[in-house]
Design a protein around this ligand. Structure first.
Ligand code: HEM
Length: 417
């Protein structure tokens, strides 16, 4: 029998054991990965936990703390002295360290500088924004005349994959393979499929790196940054480069693809919002923030560094903590009537935490926002009278990201046949 990820999590970590230090009144079964309600509406499920204790303990998946207020989630993201990045998911992944995601300052800072200062320079970002437009035009040229598409497979996944390929300096013909491996890693139907996708991507990246490092000149943004970088005066090792390139794929594709899909679904179901962003493009920056808030996707992990009482809650060294952007974005104390999308809502940016905060704050946030802007300025207008295909099932899944597995669309846009 094929073992599912759920079986494995259950086997490996057990459910329901309550550690002695956890006050029983703080225990609430919040299954951020497998609760049955997630398939239909993950945000309704998450929102149901924002009105109880500020921080509670979920006994499933080995047990973990869950802060359920935007302000506390933001504070923990920044509190590197008390919360470590040493474990990157709940349950902990069967993988080597991920550089720099699983490192803490000061080690983290040395590697993070390579990304922030050598890869994502203002010039590089400007050229990537041009790439977003060009790749979108190519994908739309194929999809628009058809009058229908499966948005995830046809646009939302290939778009960030192509962008990462440009960053890596890889040829575009790798796109189909990499897109499929990323699907397997994040949405495989079994642990085996997930691991196969991971191994295929990791193996492919390793071979490619070896080949490229043997050359004198290097394409893209990533290789030149790796080759020039120094850590305590020494060059990066092969393993470090391998881990960092894998992280770009792991962190940049499924996140961007999921966020684009949720936003696209919203526009497919709300013609008045579609008309507004076309009629009043000045609304777009607020629309980007509001959709990031309403459809928070990132489920990030921290580890408690030392025994402590944090905001009245007794935490033990090694306890895991889940920082869910959906819980921050749907906190009714911070955002009244949180389930309603309101492009005129004040005070969203800086409170909703879609990209975290502090030293690990997402270095791809600018690109992610540009991808959403591109959806609103290029994709939505081109799809015209777009709607969800009648009778389409829209199953969600939750893990490190909250995503929609497929989004079948139909339209009668300017280019539709
Ligand atoms: C909507 C899309 C995205 C969302 C919601 C998102 C969310 C996040 C969050 C919440 C973190 C913080 C993790 C932590 O605190 O431990 C993060 C880190 C990271 N993200 Fe993103 N991300 C997105 C897109 C991207 C893109 C497009 C890229 C790259 C091209 C990227 C690369 C990274 C990397 C490398 C890290 C690790 C940074 C570090 O540990 O210092 N992300 N992302």
């Amino acid at each position: 029998m094929v073992q599912t990820e759920r079986d494995r999590a259950g086997d490996a970590h057990g459910d329901g054991a309550m550690p002695a230090h956890v006050p029983p009144e703080l225990a609430m079964p919040f299954d951020y990965r497998y609760a049955s309600q997630i398939a239909d509406d993950p945000w309704a499920y998450f929102a149901g936990f924002t009105g109880g204790p500020e921080i509670f303990w979920s006994p499933g998946l080995g047990g973990y703390w869950v802060p359920a207020r935007a302000e506390i989630i933001g504070a923990i993201f920044q509190d590197v002295d008390r919360f470590s990045n040493g474990v990157v998911s709940i349950p902990p992944p069967p993988r080597p360290q991920s550089i720099p995601a699983s490192l803490d300052p000061p080690e983290h800072t040395k590697y993070r500088k390579i990304i922030s200062q050598r890869m994502f320079t203002p010039r590089a970002l400007a050229s990537l924004v041009d790439d977003i437009a060009a790749i979108t035009d190519e994908l739309l040229a194929r999809a628009v005349p058809e009058g229908q598409c499966e948005f995830v497979a046809d646009i939302a996944r290939p778009l960030p994959v192509s962008l990462i390929l440009r960053m890596l300096g890889m040829p575009g013909d790798v796109r189909a393979r990499l897109t499929e491996w990323v699907r397997m890693i994040f949405h495989g139907n079994s642990v085996e499929e997930h691991l196969e996708g991971y191994r295929a991507t990791f193996g492919f990246l390793g071979d490619w790196l070896r080949e490229q490092l043997a050359l004198d000149a290097h394409e893209g943004l990533v290789l030149p940054a790796f080759v020039e970088a120094r850590i305590d005066g020494r060059p990066l090792t092969f393993e470090e480069m391998h881990s960092m390139s894998m992280l770009l794929i792991g962190a940049g594709v499924d996140t961007a693809s999921s966020q684009l899909t949720h936003a696209m679904r919203y526009f497919a179901e709300h013609p008045e919002a579609r008309e507004r962003i076309v009629r009043e493009p000045q609304t777009i920056p607020a629309a980007i923030e509001e959709l990031l808030r309403r459809y928070g996707i990132a489920n990030i992990t921290r580890v408690v560094r030392e025994d402590m009482v944090y905001r009245g809650v007794p935490m033990r060294k090694g306890d895991l903590v889940l920082l869910a952007s959906a819980l921050a974005g749907l906190d009714a104390g911070a955002f009244p009537d949180p389930m309603t999308v309101d492009f005129d809502r004040p005070g969203v940016k800086g409170v909703h935490r879609p990209f975290g905060a502090g030293p690990h704050i997402c270095p791809g946030a600018y690109l992610a926002r540009e991808l959403l802007r591109n959806l609103m300025t290029r994709i939505v207008p081109r799809l015209g009278e777009v709607r969800i295909a009648p009778g389409a099932a829209l199953p969600h899944a939750s893990g490190i990201t909250v995503s929609l597995k497929s989004l079948p669309l139909e339209w009668s846009g300017a280019g539709a046949g």
